[in-house]
Design a binder for this molecule. Structure first.
Ligand code: UDP
Length: 401
């Protein structure tokens, strides 16, 4: 079905790193790989990842973009000027494409102006909660204003991201929710390779709680470390992920916290890994501990596809993913004791934890929720609609060069 879609899409993403937004974008771009380009604003592992997946990619600038999550109004506006060469480049490239598809906030800024100048429709895939929990007021305002003015379609990755957008002044009529999709095949692992991996990690005789996320204060790895002190002694944890966006100081604090609490034998930092399904399969429980609302929470659905029980912090999109007590457990964000209680419950009652994981996996299998094929069909449908409604891009006399 997707093969029928003849659309040339220029995807834009600001990151050089492999965060959740970038992994999700590569899944969205794959069906269009014969006729799309992913333009990124810095070189790094994301380019390599796309090349490996045979998705065309181009690094569009080597100038770092200086607008940060907490920039104030004057800073943001004055720094917009530095984007002019990039906007000019994207505008030129966009004339060879039917749609500009911005996957991140800085990509929205560049894509919005390029969309106006190239007369190509703009899609914004909203993967952030646009609230002051995560961004400065200025950045929220810029994102909402540009989306309202230039985007024909805002695809929100959860009801939580959609609601925050609307609450911040976003136009409801241009938004729609499409959940991230996953290919269940990618989450099968071989029991023989698992025992080898467990041996390698030295976790074969322990009860392992896995945490999979970049190291960042709002992802709350410190909550899990503290919770361990309230759990049975044989509960250990693996922390999988690196500080991706300048959060090295937090990583150091975590190491210090582990030392201060005398937990060196119970906490392992594995850094960034590409073998997430195998690592998840080595765990007895997966913990998600964000202390600010999570826009979606890919790791939660990945754990479910891996048939592993999940305990997650109940805020943002997460509450749309987990039905507490049936397909996992939800706890209050930042509540160490509540998290420790769920871990202890699962440790003492492994049968209950295994049953809960199976229930979650079966639910995903039977409902088709979060399946990549479904997500990609929804997106293809929306893009086809958009193409119908914006005839100038289909007009052979348009400026496509
Ligand atoms: N991930 C990974 N390697 C790591 C840590 C995390 O590939 O070492 C992946 C993880 O499996 C998930 C994504 O990074 O697919 C993180 O997405 P999530 O929505 O949980 O958080 P985000 O990065 O978008 O805030």
């Amino acid at each position: 079905m997707l093969k029928e879609v003849l659309m040339k899409i220029l995807f834009l993403d600001q990151s050089s790193k492999l965060g959740g937004a970038e992994l999700s974008l590569s899944d969205v771009a794959k069906p269009y790989r014969n006729d799309c380009l992913v333009g990124i604003f810095a070189d790094g592992p994301f380019r390599e990842f796309l090349e490996k997946a045979q998705i065309p990619v181009q690094v569009l600038t080597n100038q770092p973009i200086q607008i940060s999550r907490d920039s104030h109004f004057i800073q943001s506006i004055s720094r917009l000027g530095s984007l002019i060469p990039l906007i000019a480049r994207v505008t030129k490239i966009a004339r060879d494409y039917d749609i500009i598809y911005a996957n991140t906030q800085k990509a929205l800024v560049v894509g919005a102006l390029a969309s106006f100048l190239s007369r190509r429709p703009l899609v914004y895939h909203l993967r952030d909660i646009l609230s002051t929990d995560h961004f400065s007021r200025t950045n929220c305002w810029i994102a909402v204003t540009l989306a309202n003015r230039f985007a024909s379609l805002v695809i929100a990755n959860s009801k939580a991201t959609q609601s925050a957008f609307i609450e911040a002044g976003g136009r409801p009529e241009i938004t729609t929710v499409v959940y991230n999709g996953f290919d269940p095949e990618n989450y099968q692992s071989q029991p023989s390779s698992l025992s080898h991996l467990k041996q390698q990690l030295g976790i074969h005789n322990q009860y392992v709680v896995g945490h999979f996320s970049r190291l960042s204060p709002w992802k709350g790895q410190h909550i899990l470390i503290e919770a361990l002190t309230h759990c049975p002694e044989d509960v250990t944890t693996i922390l999988v992920g690196d500080p991706l966006f300048g959060e090295e100081e937090y990583a150091e604090q975590l190491h210090q916290q582990v030392a201060d609490l005398g937990l060196e034998n119970r906490v392992q930092f594995l850094g960034f890994r590409s073998d997430i399904p195998s690592l998840m399969a080595c765990c007895d429980l997966i913990a998600h501990t964000s202390i600010s609302p999570e826009p979606f929470g890919r790791v939660i659905i990945e754990a479910m596809f891996c048939n592993r029980p999940v305990v997650a912090a109940a805020a943002g999109g997460v509450v749309e993913l987990v039905e507490s007590g049936r397909t996992g457990w939800l706890v209050k964000p930042g509540d160490v004791k509540e998290l420790a209680d769920v871990i202890t419950l699962c440790r003492r009652n492994p049968k209950l934890a295994i049953e809960t994981a199976s229930q979650a996996q079966q639910h995903l299998q039977m409902s088709g929720r979060f399946h990549l094929s479904k997500t990609n069909q929804q997106i293809a449908h929306l893009l086809r609609q958009l193409m119908k409604e914006t005839p100038y891009t289909l007009d052979p006399s348009s400026e496509r060069s």
